[in-house]
Design a protein around this ligand. Structure first.
Ligand SMILES: NC(=O)c1ccc[n+]([C@@H]2O[C@H](COP(=O)([O-])OP(=O)(O)OC[C@H]3O[C@@H](n4cnc5c(N)ncnc54)[C@H](O)[C@@H]3O)[C@@H](O)[C@H]2O)c1
Ligand SMILES: [Zn+2]
Length: 353
């Protein structure tokens, strides 16, 4: 039984909840992982819950630092403080801190307990749920990692007050994805407003529940969990390509929004998604996200990256496509020609706007 569903707490008082959780865990020591932004904006909200002798580990923010070198910094900081196996690590930050802090905790001395306190919308509705931990390696995203659940996830929308719009919008892509793959009513609800007018107190818990319901049925991604990859076959490849080649890398959700448009187009072509539903999904995505035209010279590289996707089997590109809004099919094979068509068609759609 996956225990995570009992351990996700929504609160406006993150310090009180953290204090209570730490009391329950009785750690020998507490370490808190932050970056410069979460140290400034989020740590003050929880400081009073931390024991005086806590170890504060600060790393530099950004996907660029989600790598083995930063893990070494984190493991060294724990080692220098003689942090033992009864210690608890609190990961206070976005998906980078959650994925990498969890990975470091899960490997330090064969694993110490950890609590995730996601502070971005993306981390709240997606990265902190479902136990995927890891780091980027050799140009590949999340290439090294594992599955392991945190002891608790403490979610508070108060952290969102200091998030820049671009980050909120990026997280909103995963909210839209959750609705498109499994909850047409939720899609109807959110699509009444643009991203900045959403009621996060309702939207965040709802979106978390959608992901949690999927993960609980398939924690190791043998089947159903693959539905969460909608938009990610092409989106992830775009993200990786821009991370390695562009001056201004795209945020995860920005790339996923682009991927969702391309994969919605493929859904109509291959999975019977009606033109009406395709149009309503695509126009909502176009209204909410800054969408880049993909230069033709990038097509081959992006298509080659889709082949590297961890979700593939036997060299075939497998994707999740919509049958209707709120219902999807996974393990749908895509040929190079179909991928090419989808990216080209995506460009056509967004330039017609
Ligand atoms: N494990 C999973 O299942 C899963 C799912 C989706 C994404 N991810 C991963 O999540 C990462 C992206 O996460 P992200 O979008 O949260 O990025 P991020 O962790 O880089 O955070 C984005 C930026 O916001 C800053 N920030 C964080 N909280 C803040 C706050 N409350 N106020 C002001 N600034 C704040 C950070 O310092 C950073 O500069 C990627 O590495 C992706 O691979 C993991
Ligand atoms: Zn994602």
């Amino acid at each position: 039984m996956n225990k995570s569903i009992h351990d996700i707490i929504f609160t406006d008082k993150p310090a009180s909840v953290l204090e209570e959780k730490l009391l329950g865990l009785q750690p020998s020591r507490v370490a808190v992982l932050v970056d410069e932004n979460t140290k400034k904006h989020c740590l003050p909200f929880i400081e009073k819950a931390l024991p005086h002798d806590h170890v504060l580990i600060e790393i530099e923010s950004g996907e660029r630092h989600k790598n083995l070198n930063t893990c070494i910094e984190i493991w060294k900081a724990l080692t220098n403080q003689a942090f033992d196996r009864k210690g608890v690590m609190v990961n206070l930050g976005g998906g980078v801190i959650g994925d990498m802090g969890g990975f470091c905790a899960a490997t330090y001395k064969r694993g110490i307990r950890f609590i995730n306190m996601p502070t971005t919308l993306l981390a709240q509705v997606d990265a902190s749920i479902g136990g995927k931990l890891g780091i980027d390696f050799d140009g590949f995203k999340n290439h090294i990692g594992m599955f392991r659940e945190p002891d608790s996830v403490i979610i508070s929308t108060i952290f969102m007050d200091t998030l820049i719009d671009r980050e909120i919008r990026s997280g909103f892509a995963e909210v839209v994805k959750h609705a498109l793959i499994s909850d047409s009513m939720h899609f109807e609800d959110i699509s009444r407003n643009l991203w900045h007018k959403q009621n996060w107190h309702e939207v965040v818990p709802h979106s978390v529940t959608i992901k949690e319901n999927v993960v609980i049925q398939d924690p190791q991604e043998q089947g159903l969990r693959k539905t969460l990859n909608f938009g990610h076959t092409i989106g992830h490849a775009i993200e990786t390509h821009y991370l390695n080649h562009a001056d201004n890398p795209l945020l995860h959700g920005e790339a996923i929004a682009m991927g969702m448009i391309a994969e919605t187009l493929l859904s109509s072509k291959k999975c019977g998604l009606s033109q009406d539903e395709s149009q309503s999904a695509i126009s909502y995505l176009m209204d909410n996200f800054p969408l880049e035209r993909i230069p033709e010279k990038f097509f081959d590289a992006i298509i080659n990256l889709t082949i590297q996707d961890k979700k593939n089997r036997n060299g075939k590109v497998l994707s999740t496509l919509l049958q209707k809004i709120g219902q999807c099919a996974f393990d749908i094979e895509l040929s190079k020609e179909e991928l090419y068509w989808a990216i080209n068609e995506y460009n056509r759609k967004i330039s017609a706007k």
